[in-house]
Design a protein around this ligand. Structure first.
Ligand code: HEC
Length: 218
């Protein structure tokens, strides 16, 4: 009984955190489909064009990205790689940290693992939650990340596309960041189905065998 009380007491703070931490109404579900390769391709294109100027993705290599997303490697070299990096190189970023801090107040973090650390819902919500705020150096603040140093680099796109299309684009971008944080996800999900199917097949002879064995008992 004493033990039980200890366990309950130990759980109380984490329950409190769970209840108190997640109630920012701006954090919504990310409408992403991990298996939608076209969405991942669109997200990758957005990332290299609009984010890589500041952020790197050093745990992803151009070649792996091309292969995973069904893009011919030469095409990926041309459209996704604006540096002299080779296909086998990491998608690193060369922005000097000191300068970045001076410009934005914070260095742009590497985004390889962000979708896993923060969660896809957080990333998606962050991308759609910039709002005008004249007190900020670049004229924008963010409902999900208060006082963020990152300028609203997609303000023009948001205006041009309109709310629905912009949200779709941000879902693609989030989907891509989620893939980058866990590239094996594509493999794992298809493997999971095969395993389930195999188990199902295995069940049939096992069931028949069981029936055969118990036939004489009943
Ligand atoms: C002009 C430079 C710049 C560009 C371009 C840029 N960012 Fe950022 N980003 C930053 C900076 C600086 C921070 C750090 C902000 C802070 O800590 O206050 C940041 C932070 C972030 C974060 C929060 C990371 C974390 O876990 O704290 C995410 C997510 C992010 N950026 C995504 C993106 C995406 C996606 C794009 C492309 C659409 C992009 N950024 C383009 C400068 C940039």
């Amino acid at each position: 009984m004493k033990k039980l009380a200890v366990i309950i007491l130990a759980l109380v703070p984490s329950l409190g955190l769970a209840a108190g931490g997640g109630n920012n109404p701006y954090i919504v579900d990310a409408p992403v489909n991990h298996k939608d390769v076209v969405s991942l391709q669109k997200g990758a294109a957005l990332f290299v064009n609009y984010c890589m100027g500041c952020h790197g993705m050093k745990y992803v290599r151009y070649e792996r990205l091309a292969n995973d997303l069904n893009i011919p490697v030469e095409m990926a070299q041309k459209h996704f790689n604006f540096t002299s990096d080779k296909p086998g190189d990491q998608m690193a970023n060369a922005m000097p940290e000191e300068q970045a801090k001076e410009w934005f107040g914070a260095a742009p973090p590497d985004l390889s693992l962000t979708a896993r650390l923060r969660g896809e819902d957080w990333v998606y919500s962050y991308l759609i939650s910039f709002y005008e705020d004249e007190t900020r150096p670049y004229g924008y603040n963010n409902h999900v990340f208060d006082m963020v140093g990152m300028p609203h680099v997609l303000a023009g796109m948001e205006q041009e596309l309109g709310e629905d299309e912009f949200k779709k684009a941000m879902a693609d971008l989030t989907n891509f960041l989620g893939y980058a944080a866990e590239p094996v996800r594509l493999e794992r999900e298809s493997l999971g189905k095969k395993v389930l199917f195999f188990l199902f097949l295995l069940f049939i002879p096992a069931y028949l065998l069981k029936r055969e064995y118990w036939k004489d008992v009943h």
